[in-house]
Design a protein around this ligand. Structure first.
Ligand SMILES: [Zn+2]
Length: 368
């Protein structure tokens, strides 16, 4: 019997979705289904993501669910800290979840099934490797390993680094450092999720102000823009307000608030380094809706009341100096070695057979 086209189409999704998920993708009933299809399409359309997800699915066998494999703690934790009426308002109106994208700001967009907000799943790798490059750790990290960590982080955002970190961790990172480099991400993701919810709660979303944005923006001539999303666009003033509200709206304990605030500053510092590279590769044309990372950093620094223990010198002088130094460094580095940023594959913390790298793992021999 000949297969109908829809059955053939379903075959593409089978390696990365369970049967129930495939049925949902082909019969979208709500915003969760819509989001699931967006995730699945992006993976099916990108061989490099497809390979990673096919492996994850094989590893989990019958238990596999594409939907459940995406983290959502940061959205949930933010909502749980809101006053009950605001939490309910978010839950009633907004569907949330991670996707894959190189849009650093997250998306919030209307669909016929309701509003969806997303942030990119690859952000965690960007943040972790930026941390490894720039933070102080209980054990020493050699300077060349730090630089390579920063290059890996930047390649993640440029979509040229394979996202197979679980199979190939790019080197040997001491356990204690691993723990420290992962520490900031949950707070930063929570801040980003909160920023998107804040746009909704503060009444910034206007159905007449929709702008087409790409899920993946091409950074090199060898890449192509991928998939347009009609996303809400808001003024720069509202962007600043949403950043602040993401920290002030929830009922955080003092300690939580300090983590969210200081790691948000750190996030904008990292983003400022990446933005310099992005602007160098794809010079911005016309009016930019999102203010620069540096101005968002300054906005938070100016507006959030200082508390005992806040390291004024670090955030007003030392960190901005580090950002300046690396913006200059990486524009030069990418100018001279553009190929090594554009080439798709894996970058490493060190050369083979060293303390930070170990033995060279061979793709399709040592791992699949
Ligand atoms: Zn925004």
């Amino acid at each position: 019997m000949e297969k109908t086209p829809i059955e053939i189409q379903k075959l593409f999704y089978r390696p990365i979705c369970n049967e129930e998920e495939i049925d949902r993708i082909f019969n979208i009933q709500n915003a969760q289904d819509y989001l699931l299809k967006l995730r699945a399409d992006t993976i099916v359309d990108h061989m490099r993501l497809f390979r990673v997800y096919r492996n994850k699915a094989i590893e989990q066998g019958d238990k596999w669910s594409l939907e459940k494999s995406f983290e959502s703690d940061h959205f949930v934790n933010f909502k749980n800290r809101l006053p009950p009426d605001l939490k309910q308002n978010c839950e009633d109106n907004i569907t949330c979840g991670n996707i894959f994208s190189n849009e650093v700001n997250g998306f919030i967009f209307p669909t016929k099934f309701g509003i969806i907000t997303t942030i990119s799943d690859s952000m965690r790798y960007f943040i972790e490797f930026m941390n490894l490059g720039l933070l102080n750790f209980t054990e020493e990290v050699p300077q060349h390993v730090r630089l390579n960590a920063l290059r890996i982080a930047i390649r993640v955002m440029l979509q040229t680094e394979a996202l197979d970190f679980k199979m190939d961790p790019r080197g040997i990172i001491p356990k204690v450092i691993q723990k420290e480099m992962y520490h900031t991400y949950p707070f930063q993701a929570q801040f980003l999720a909160g920023h998107e919810y804040a746009h909704f709660l503060l009444g910034h979303l206007d159905n007449t102000k929709i702008e087409q944005k790409h899920l993946f923006k091409a950074m090199f001539k060898s890449q192509e823009d991928y998939r347009k999303i009609g996303a809400y666009t808001v003024s720069q003033k509202h962007e600043f307000e949403a950043d602040l509200a993401s920290i002030t709206l929830p009922n955080y304990t003092d300690v939580e608030k300090q983590f969210v605030y200081e790691y948000a500053l750190l996030w904008f510092a990292y983003l400022a380094i990446y933005e310099a590279i992005e602007d160098y590769l794809v010079p911005p044309i016309g009016y930019q809706t999102h203010p620069s990372a540096i101005s968002r950093y300054q906005n938070l620094l100016d507006k959030v009341p200082k508390y005992k223990g806040f390291n004024v010198k670090y955030y007003t002088k030392e960190l901005p100096d580090i950002v300046d130094k690396y913006r200059t460094f990486f524009i030069e580095d990418i100018g001279y070695h553009c190929d090594s940023y554009e080439m798709y594959g894996s970058a490493y913390l060190d050369v083979p057979n060293t303390k930070w790298r170990g033995k060279e793992l061979i793709d399709r021999v040592d791992y699949y």
